[in-house]
Write a new protein. Sequence first.
Lengths: 312, 434
Amino acid sequence: MIKHLLSINQLSREDVVRILDTAESFREVGTRVIKKVPALRGRTVVNLFYENSTRTRISFELAAKRLSADVINFSTSGSSVAKGESLKDTALTLQAMGADAIVIRHSSSGAPQTLSRWVGASVLNAGDGTHEHPTQALLDLFTVREHFPSFEGLRVAIVGDVRHSRVARSLTFAVAKMGGEVTLVGPPTLIPPEAQAWGAQISHHLDEVLPKLHVCYMLRVQRERQRQQFFPSVREYSRLYGLSRRRVEALAEEAVIMHPGPMNRGVEIASDVADLPRAVITDQVTNGIAVRMSLLYLMLGGDARREEDPRA
Amino acid sequence: MPSRTLFRGVQLVDPASGHDGLTNVLIEDEEVRAVGADVTATGKADVIDCSGLVMAPGLVDLHAHLREPGFEHKETVETGSRAAALGGYTAVCAMPNTDPVTDNAAVVMEVRTLADKAGLCEVFPAGAITRGLAGEALTDIGEMTEAGVRLFTDDHNCVQSSRVMRLALEYAKTFDAIICQHAQDGALSEGWQMHEGHYSALLGLAGAPAEAETVVVARDLALARLTGGRLHVTHVSAARSVELLAEGKRRGVRVTADVTPHHLTLVDQDLVTYDTCRKVNPPLRSDEDRDALRRGLADGTLDAVATDHAPHADEDKEQEFDQAPPGTIGLETALAVILTELVEPGLLALTDAIRRMSVEPAAILGLDQHGGPVAPGRPANLVVFDPAAEWAVGERPFASIGRNSAFMGRTVRGRILHTLLLGAFTVREGVATR
């Protein structure tokens, strides 16, 4: 298994299947009364979050705890980072404290890769800038697999601000890797033309794309982008690219609706659409824990040397 | 008793005189005394056997950041001069984005005094075009010209206002001063981290399109034509800019241009590891851009190679990619990179490499004492190098305070052995003499 998880592109198709299959067995742990296994007892996982995050941080925390690892949450406010400590010095400090894995969320693209050069611990990218969010893509694949047995020929649309979305990058790479077809949908200002090289098609007309889909994946649209003039108004964006009740009717019966959260109800997705049974948004959250357990287990658990240590 | 040095059996590459072949060169005090196969040392002389070595006029850099005054933790005039000498340079044009900004004669004199004290390289401070590099009010170009400034630039702050640029080109004509532009449209490149293209999309880094440069090059060529002023476009990075410059030259616009060793050799793909030492301004562009720059340098559309030596402290560069300042050091690697990546594969003749790194930049700056010819009575500003010596960048410490080389770890060929500034060794056997 890989040492660091920085990008979906590091993983082979077989790696992805193994991660999802392992997650399958961990999902059952979450349904027990005592939701814990001893797999990572004595290992230390640090959550290093330079950006605010609720679901990803809690999901990683729960995943590590259910594997019996010791978990340290290191958020940047109220820490040495707030006093101006550099990423490098923070990394060396965590290293000196014996972290086995560092889960990092950072507003700068590439920060996890930079961190991985400075530490011996495994680094897991929990979202870096506008680059990637590989664990989100894996939990999305896991959720899709609950509805569609094969990724081969699976038709997925990712709708919204692809340019600034780390979720869109990772998910596009992941679906393409597994044999599915991705169409990126949004205004030309929010879809880099180079995205065709990711193995995706590009469309600027959501209504044309909807009928053929298995998965309609809506991205969060930040109001900040309107201030930067990437689209003229939230109203116009919502009219052209929002998933309304009317648009849901154009979807095939078996198609599912996904969203990485947090949602802007009424902007990219109508509130009643978000609550439809075919909107599997809370399943994504639940599955996130199992997928992250799987990753931590596969990346940290196979260290026989440590397990044979007589002091263990 | 004069001091004499005889360089025996050296391959003299001197584009200004057209000389390219084995000869002996005798230096006496500050001057070249004699050049010729039959020249020998009369009386007491230091004789240096130069078999396998090349002698050329000392290199001249149009674009280096020496950081002093104000940023002495990144570089000083002394350390930058030492890096220059070790790179074979005898003259360097120092950029004005210091603190205080080099926008008046007092700072010019301070930099010149520091350079004289270091005594390793002639330093010609560039003056700012606008006060405080703010792009609004012109500096006292006349007074700074009297203080020895030959080139004016706001460098990383490209002059955005067409009106200010026009006035600068027009006003500077009185002094035949050069208005040097870092061509970059501010609005089109806002927030940029790298070249906009396949790799910026892949890496999730905000891109600056090549057009951010080319629209300004096109505008400035039009303004240079309108005013008859002297324009220099520095560190050209885009293929289309080369075409525009070629057209401008054909139409008689007074324009010259330079390109850096890193833009001639590296591309946007080289950023896939988020190496902040390869974050440079303007950004490394596509393969097609790099290839067009190479052709432009070979055919003379691009007149000179300039380093854009931009030293930073370790803590500046050891940061997240979007927080690290742009820039790579370059003075100590420029000649070796050009020899290895352009001359050796046959993309550029050795004599043309010397032309672009010494003769042309000296001519642009109007430096009579530099760029050759290497002939009797001429000031002995010279470099002697071993074109075959192989080394790895970073294997020995840099003289620059900055260690931020975009070429770190790369194997190159070509090692500077001796640099002479007015007949005195600033570098001897690869070691700085002071």
